[in-house]
Structures are given as structure tokens and as C-alpha cells.
Design a binder for this molecule. Structure first.
Ligand SMILES: Cc1ncc(COP(=O)(O)O)c(C=O)c1O
Length: 464
């Protein structure tokens, strides 16, 4: 049992608790794959040199805490807590052929049980709302208060007045863009839906080819030359690169951007803020500081986010924190054209108290699945920086073969997205983006399909 460390007895607690924790850690780190058989009492007794009673108690504890699933007359299976309640990997419901083999979007299925309970409570609250017009300017006051409190509790003092409820984070983005004509500065690469919105609106896009860090030196020259009216940044587990900006980098970038006279809005997309996969104590795992909190006097920083990645994208709940009252009125009027339905807002209100628990459950599973993905990277000599959070990894194939690889995989019934999708300047032909929202087994199947093609394509490209 490779995962059994030599010093597991040095942990705290009773002997069976120490052994259970050792097993739990091995599952969480992906050393024991999800769904695989755990050792039997007999095997564990021998491997860990403990009594049968201790081994049985350790396995019982694992089952009770949700890390293992008991079976009749067969070894228990490794799982993560909440796995039975929560299906994290989304199934493509529009296209049965894609099913769970769709690695293009980094999306999550809804927390079904909590969602349905929230829905039934929301339905009970709907009757009085039906007597109203069904449209509440700026969003339901209770939801605005909850959003403001969440910002405040995480270090960004916010009042309910400053918050606008929007149709997803991208609803907020589109309204802010519409409120401010002129060129838009984006990171290159960046979130493709934001790029799609800008393209549809025929907005001039300026790609900031930032380094993996948010080094502001070239940003300053670029911004002064191109005079953007809006900037769009994703500093928390950036999509697609997964990078996390440090507080110093946030301070540096903000110091360059917010004094620019042409820049009316700096949109900070915090959609991944809560998907922090760093373990406590892991390299600089200090809590993330909101970009806006580091620039308390900058009135043009608008923070957007939503429930899509932590709960469900089908619940179209997003928000914008707009400190400037005039700008808020302008953005709010545009956001009110396509607000999230009142029932969705009530569901969000009812789901809100469960959010932190839902997120905690999801983080456990995401860590496991991220570990599976990284194991495959090693096996296939792929280089990717381990994303410290978010839902996907940005993978360097080592040769500009992303499009060919995608096409070959598509013929086998697997779907991935290539670097070009996220590009506003450079082509990123060497890159693909792989989400780790899928179960470890599905990830393994993808790599079985991908491995031979990747090797062939790389070989051919390197001979050229
Ligand atoms: C950077 C970023 N922002 C926002 C979203 C989600 O947008 P919405 O809340 O409109 O569903 C995503 C989803 O992938 C994203 O990657």
C-alpha cells in the first residue's frame, strides 16, 4: 500500500482515527482513486500492523464520514463526502452523444438535493411576489443584502445599495460594456464568453499579453497608447490559465489602471473567488484579497461574480458591485432589461445559507479530480502549472497541435477546447484547456483516447 506513509502513527487521535485520516488523505490526494476498492480489514491489519478491531474501526469511521461506501460482502469503495448527493460533473443534456464526454466547458451540475429544497421553499414565498410586478429594479432587496454581506465578510465592505443583481456574471459584464463605449482591454488569453460578447457588440478589443504574473510594466505602456474605456480582468484563478494574482500584483495593476483618465470601468471578474483549492498552510495560502479592497478609493472598479461556478449556471444569478452611484444607475438600467427571473432570485436566497457547505463539498472533490488530471499530465509529459483553484487547467502540449488533437478526439467522441478559443491576440496553438469537473474515471478515459494521438502529433510536429 504505497499510500500508507511510514509515520502515520505520528498523527493525533486514537489509533483507528489516525489510520482513518491516513486513508482519507490518500483518497483526497488521489493516491487511492475514487470508486476503487479500499483494502479489506484483513489487508489493512497486515499492512498497517494493527489489530483487526482497529482496522475495522478505521474503515467504519471512513464510511461514517462519507469517505467510503459500504458494500455487501465486498470491500468498501473510496468516495468523497457528498458524492452521493452531489453529482459534480455535468452531463451535456442537449447532446446525448457528448454526454459526460464533453470537456469543452468548465461547468458543474447543480447540488440537486439542496437546489430542490431551496426551490420548494422559494415556491412557498412566491405567492406574495405574484401580487407585485415581478420586476424589482436592481434585484430582490434580500438577495442584495446577502451579496453585500458576503463581500463585507470576505474583506470588501459593501452596502446592499451598491449591489445590482444581474443575469449571471456575464449579464453584468454586458451591461457594463454597453454603458461605456470605447475600446476594451482584456487579458490575453481570457474567458471566451466575454470575448464573444465583445465581438458581437463589435467592440475594439486590446489584448494584454500579460506574463504568468500580473507584471504591470507593459500594461502601463499599452494602456497609455490604446486608451481603453473599460478593462476586464480575472485575477482569481484566471480562466483559462488558472493563475492567481498576488496582493502585490493586484496593487500594481490597479495603480496603473484606475488613474487612467479614459478608463471608466475596471471590471474585476471574481467568478472563481470561492474555488480556492489551496490547502491551509500550502504555499502562501493567505485568503485572497478582493481587488477592490486593495484600492478603496478607486470608484471605477466594478466587481462582478455569480453563482454559476459554485452552484449552477442554470440559475442565472450574478451580481455587480458598483461603488459610484451615477455609474450604478446607468449599469442598473441596462441590467434591468434582462434581469434574472424573480423565482431564480428567491431560489438563490433560499440556497444562500447552504452555499459555504456546498462549496466545501465541491472543493474536496475538485482537489481529488485535479490530482487525477495532474497524474495523467505526468504520464503524457504534458506541462501545466498546477492551478491553485478554479475548475480547469491550461495545458501546454509542447507543439502547436491543439486543433489537430481536438479534431481527432472529436472523431472518437471526445470534446475539448483549444487555446485559440480564449485568444484575443496570440493564437495559443500549443494549448488546450481541460476542466477537472469530471470524475476521475472519465478523465482517465479521456487520456486513454488522447494519449496515442498526442504522441503521434507531437512526433510529427517536432520532425518538421
Ligand atoms: C471568468 C468567468 N466569468 C464568468 C463565468 C460565468 O458567467 P455567468 O455567471 O454569466 O454564467 C465564467 C464561466 O465559465 C467564467 O469563466
Amino acid at each position: 500500500m504505497r499510500w500508507l506513509s511510514e509515520n502515520w502513527r505520528g498523527r493525533r487521535g486514537l489509533l483507528h482515527q489516525r489510520l482513518a485520516t491516513e486513508l482519507q488523505d490518500a483518497i483526497a490526494k488521489g493516491q487511492i482513486s475514487l470508486g476503487s476498492e479500499l483494502p479489506t480489514v484483513r489487508a489493512l491489519t497486515i499492512a498497517a500492523s494493527v489489530s483487526k478491531v482497529t482496522a475495522a474501526q478505521a474503515l467504519d469511521q471512513l464510511i461514517e464520514s462519507g469517505w467510503a461506501q459500504r458494500r455487501d460482502r465486498a470491500p468498501a469503495l473510496a468516495r468523497t463526502p457528498g458524492a452521493a448527493r452531489q453529482q459534480l460533473a455535468p452531463v451535456n443534456m442537449n447532446d446525448a452523444k457528448r454526454g459526460t464526454r464533453d470537456f469543452q466547458a468548465a461547468r458543474v451540475a447543480a447540488p440537486v438535493e439542496e437546489y430542490l429544497e431551496a426551490l420548494s421553499r422559494a415556491q412557498e414565498r412566491l405567492a406574495p411576489e405574484l401580487l407585485g410586478a415581478g420586476r424589482i429594479s436592481g434585484g430582490h432587496p434580500e438577495l442584495r443584502r446577502m451579496i453585500a454581506k458576503r463581500f463585507t465578510d470576505s474583506g470588501l465592505p459593501t452596502t446592499a445599495d451598491e449591489v445590482i443583481v444581474t443575469n449571471g456574471a456575464m449579464g453584468a459584464f454586458a451591461s457594463i460594456i454597453d454603458a461605456h463605449p470605447g475600446p476594451v482591454l482584456v487579458e490575453d488569453p481570457t474567458y471566451h464568453v466575454a470575448l464573444g460578447i465583445l465581438a458581437a457588440k463589435r467592440r475594439r478589443t486590446i489584448g494584454w499579453a500579460r506574463t504568468p504574473t500580473w507584471d504591470a510594466t507593459n500594461l502601463s505602456t499599452l494602456a497609455q497608447r490604446t486608451k481603453p474605456s473599460v478593462a476586464y480582468l480575472v485575477p482569481d484563478f484566471h480562466n483559462p490559465s488558472g493563475a492567481l494574482a498576488s496582493s502585490d500584483e493586484r496593487i500594481g495593476v490597479g495603480a496603473v489602471l484606475h488613474p487612467l483618465p479614459t478608463l471608466k470601468a475596471v471590471i474585476i471578474d471574481e467568478t472563481f473567488f470561492d474555488l480556492d483549492l489551496r490547502e491551509p498552510g500550502e504555499n502562501q495560502a493567505a485568503p485572497i484579497q478582493h481587488f477592490a479592497a486593495l484600492h478603496p478609493n478607486a470608484r471605477n472598479i466594478i466587481t462582478i461574480s455569480g453563482l454559476s461556478k459554485i452552484a449552477w449556471a442554470g440559475l442565472r444569478i450574478g451580481w455587480a458591485r458598483v461603488p459610484d452611484p451615477q455609474q450604478r444607475a446607468q449599469v442598473g438600467a441596462l441590467a434591468d432589461i434582462t434581469p434574472p427571473p424573480i423565482l431564480d432570485q428567491l431560489i438563490a436566497i433560499e440556497l444562500w445559507p447552504e452555499l459555504d457547505r456546498i462549496i466545501r463539498d465541491r472543493l474536496v472533490r475538485l482537489r481529488v479530480q485535479r490530482a487525477s488530471l495532474l497524474d495523467h499530465f505526468e504520464m503524457h509529459a504534458l506541462s501545466a502549472t498546477i492551478p491553485a483553484g478554479g475548475l480547469s487547467a491550461w495545458v501546454d502540449l509542447g507543439a502547436p497541435v491543439a486543433v489537430q488533437l481536438r479534431d481527432r478526439l472529436e472523431r472518437k467522441g471526445w470534446f475539448i477546447s483549444t487555446g485559440a478559443t480564449y485568444s484575443s491576440a496570440q493564437p495559443y496553438e500549443q494549448f488546450i484547456r481541460l476542466p477537472f469537473t469530471h470524475e476521475s474515471e472519465t478523465i482517465a478515459q479521456l487520456f486513454s483516447a488522447l494519449g496515442p494521438d498526442l504522441a503521434q502529433l507531437r512526433f510529427a510536429a517536432n520532425r518538421r
